[in-house]
Design a protein around this ligand. Structure first.
Ligand SMILES: Nc1ncnc2c1ncn2[C@@H]1O[C@H](COP(=O)(O)OP(=O)(O)O)[C@@H](O)[C@H]1O
Ligand SMILES: [Mg+2]
Length: 503
């Protein structure tokens, strides 16, 4: 609202964070105004989560200071930050599996419902329901454990929890990329409401379109330093991209050709497959073809990816792929898929694709191990890991570092790296660039385009339509478990044409 006076109410001065040798945040001076949606952007590992974590007191400050309403702000812990009106949605899962939804919302603050030392569950549950209702979520049973719900629903529970405390500064750390369009809309509505009320939002995302649409100002971080502040009037995709990476992004972002021809050899074929999530779906994936699957998150496309890799079963129909020796194999289990050189990049990288306590190197060679009967020489292992780490610019202290210590985007690079260049000829990629920064996205798109030329058969399942339009030879649109449309690559293809068949 224009009549809300926009004044600086939060400030960092030379804010710094060191993790051992690594300076994750380096002398950042940032000012946030009331009634502002501030975007915080930068490549993976540039310090966005670390700054947010200091503001919300998840991590203590190493040096420098913060001011809130002109006074020194030194929160003891997240509860104290919350008491000051600062709440945050973290990048990772922020709910505890074993606690009920209501307990998750009020964890640490149960005394709110205490009468003579006894906590009223009934009141807590009521309040939890009201908190969820306030953000438009009505189909959640607050008495069930969080584990009963999807990542998306649990994220929305975190949002309800953060908003319950009526924040003056609401921090959203890369949450939207993990959500479906419906989930995102809830977040967008909330941040604009806060803005209208004269509150502020610190919004972290890699989605430039989303940032441009929703933010008032962008703060750009590079290697822990604040390198740029961009006002709305100067919002421009290439300007923002260049500022983030600190160099002109050379070459094309997506594919630059409209040649959708590909080999004749059929690498993967599904005929009329059905199960609880899919209805009579058929696909044919050829050598040198990039096939895209578009749809809303519940349309069955993610399940299709799982089924094609043998992770889930089908009730009817058949899936066949060509094995290494050229024979045709019926894909019924992961072992069959691996025999046919199928690689699979899961949407839920933390859950399915990576062994978090293991090292980067071990994760990178994992896909190789199963294929090569369990043994690769340590030297080849190291060479392979090194190659992937370099190619994808995985930011780590060494290849022996545990994957659990990496930032979200770097974890995703590891799961991508697992399958690239290890001999998989058919790649099923579910949301391959979700939550990955522009620099890495560029690398991935270039890799994918090159793999097409080299004859790889690639299936991209994605909720990001520009990437499907930019990369695929053909896009298959799904809705309610069925295929509703197939669209050929064309420079005239628009998001609108796809959306029409999705909803
Ligand atoms: N708990 C931690 N221990 C050690 N290093 C960390 C930790 N958290 C983050 N880092 C490092 O700090 C840097 C910034 O990370 P982060 O703030 O997560 O970046 P972003 O959110 O921008 O991707 C990275 O080099 C990362 O590896
Ligand atoms: Mg982060």
């Amino acid at each position: 609202m224009e009549n809300v006076k926009k004044e600086v109410f939060f400030e960092t001065r030379k804010l710094t964070k060191k993790f051992g040798e690594v300076t994750a945040v380096n002398q950042v001076d940032m000012q946030i105004r009331t009634g502002e949606i501030r975007g915080l952007i930068g490549e993976n590992g540039s310090g966005k989560s670390t700054i947010s974590s200091m503001i919300s007191a998840i991590h203590p400050v190493s040096a420098g200071e913060m001011l809130l309403h002109g006074e020194v702000y030194q929160p003891r812990d997240p509860g104290d930050a919350k008491a000051h009106g600062i709440t945050m949605i973290v990048q990772e899962a922020g709910t505890i599996d074993g606690l009920t939804i209501a307990e998750n919302i009020f964890v640490g603050d149960e005394k709110r419902f205490s009468h003579h030392g006894v906590i009223s569950r009934r009141e807590m549950n009521e309040a939890a329901r009201a908190a969820l209702e306030a953000i438009g979520v009505t189909d959640v049973d607050v008495t069930l454990p969080a584990a009963a719900y999807s990542f998306e629903t649990r994220k929305l529970v975190e949002v309800a929890k953060a908003l319950y405390y009526d924040p003056v500064l609401f921090i959203v750390d890369e949450t939207t990329t993990a959500l479906s369009q419906q989930g995102r809309e809830i977040i967008y509505r909330i941040i604009h409401e806060l803005r209208e009320k004269g509150k502020a939002v610190l919004f972290i995302s890699h989605d430039l379109e989303e940032l441009i649409r929703h933010c008032d100002v962008l703060t750009v971080l590079r290697d822990g330093k604040l390198v740029d502040t961009i006002e709305k009037a100067e919002f421009d995709e290439s300007r923002i991209r260049n500022s983030m990476v600190g160099r002109e992004i050379s070459g094309d972002y997506y594919r630059n050709d409209y040649d959708s021809t590909h080999g004749k050899r059929v690498m993967l074929c599904a005929k009329n497959i059905s199960n609880a999530d899919l209805h009579n779906v058929s696909i044919t994936l050829h050598e040198g073809e990039i096939l895209g699957i578009a749809g809303l998150s519940g349309c069955g496309m993610h399940q299709l990816g799982r089924v094609l890799f043998g992770l889930d079963k089908i009730r009817e129909g058949s899936i066949t792929a060509e094995s290494e020796d050229g024979s045709s194999v019926s894909v019924k289990a992961v072992g069959d898929a691996l025999r046919c050189n199928i690689g699979y990049i899961s949407k839920d990288r933390d859950k399915d694709a990576l062994v978090l306590p293991a090292s980067i190197k071990e994760n990178l060679v994992l896909a190789n191990l199963s294929r090569m009967g369990g043994f690769i020489s340590p030297r080849r292992e190291r060479e392979y890991a090194k190659k992937q780490i370099d190619a994808l610019a995985i930011k780590c202290s060494s290849m022996n570092q545990a994957v659990s210590e990496l930032s979200g985007g770097n974890k995703q690079k590891v799961s991508f790296g697992k399958w690239i260049g290890n001999g998989s000829k058919i790649l099923i990629m579910d949301s391959p660039t979700r939550g990955v920064d522009i620099g890495v996205k560029t690398t991935m798109y270039q890799l994918i385009a090159r793999m097409k030329k080299e004859g790889y058969a690639i299936l991209i399942i994605s909720e990001e339509m520009p990437e499907l339009i930019g990369m695929c030879d053909e896009i298959m649109v799904m809705k309610n478990g069925a295929v509703t449309k197939r669209l050929k690559r064309s420079e005239h293809l628009s998001e609108q044409q796809i959306i029409e068949y999705m909803i």
